[in-house]
Design a binder for this molecule. Structure first.
Ligand SMILES: [Zn+2]
Length: 264
């Protein structure tokens, strides 16, 4: 059987892929990249993701609101937060929706931290209520995020996407039921801490992702990233961990399928 891969974080609905999406997906399948999760970023994009899932087997989506959509002077009152929760609840019940997110905290962007937390908590509440895993985005806010997760536990866990950081931090997430999303970061030699962490963590804690069209691998800077690079991430991870490429592919794919309740 051909080696199968799961890209657990790819913005395949973005217009960056409009010109060649079908051709690219055929190429992905030919390379064994047969499964993909498209994370939600804004409610006006959910229908488009869902349509993509309905016409492509192996593509799933998550419903969520990315913290980047809360930049600047945006405010949401209690009524609007309730409306967001209602929309998430509705979407989460559709067939191809296998998770809630992406959502989280981002201290790089200029936005209201309290608002980011309130929106994150709404997602956690719905994930718990609807029994779905959650896709987390976090930049420079791990302490706040971990606190938030302790206050709002989610039984299905989820993925900390675009993991970069220390082993201790990764272990805290893993112990709370979160997989670590491993992508292009590990291709950069300067990412010492992350490269050491992914060597030492159990393989059962890792899933692969590209975050395409962003996060190009080392040597491809400035170019559009695509899900075709998933086998490259697996190859780098295999080298770092000194384990067979096949094993990395199989276990990370199985991890993702288990998390999203997709039959093996
Ligand atoms: Zn993303």
């Amino acid at each position: 059987m051909q080696t199968e891969f799961f890209d657990t974080h790819c913005h395949f609905d973005f217009e960056d892929f409009d010109a060649d999406r079908e051709e690219l997906w055929q190429k992905c399948r030919a390379q064994g990249v047969r499964h993909m999760l498209i994370p939600g970023v804004a409610p006006d994009q959910w229908a488009r993701m869902q349509a993509l899932c309905q016409t492509h087997s192996g593509i799933y989506f998550a419903a969520g609101l990315h913290p980047c959509w809360l930049q600047g002077n945006i405010t949401l009152d209690a009524k609007q937060l309730d409306a967001l929760k209602e929309a998430l609840r509705d979407k989460s019940q559709t067939a191809q929706c296998v998770a809630i997110g992406e959502c989280g905290l981002d201290q790089y962007i200029d936005g209201d931290e309290a608002l980011q937390e309130a929106v994150l908590e709404s997602h956690l509440e719905i994930a718990q209520e609807c029994d779905k895993p959650i896709i987390l985005h976090c930049r420079r806010a791990h302490n706040s995020l971990l606190r938030c997760l302790k206050r709002n536990p989610v039984k299905r866990g989820g993925i900390l996407h675009a993991y970069s950081g220390s082993r201790e931090q990764a272990e805290q997430y893993w112990q709370m039921g979160f997989y670590l999303g491993i992508g292009g970061t590990i291709s950069y030699e300067r990412a010492n801490k992350t490269r050491t962490a992914v060597k030492e963590l159990p393989l059962e804690a890792l899933v692969l992702e590209t975050d395409a069209p962003d996060m190009p691998l080392c040597g491809h800077q400035g170019k559009r990233n695509t899900p075709l690079h998933i086998p490259d991430v697996a190859r780098i991870l295999a080298e770092l961990r000194n384990q067979p490429f096949e094993l990395i592919a199989q276990q990370t794919t199985l991890n993702a399928k288990n998390l999203f309740h997709i039959a093996p």
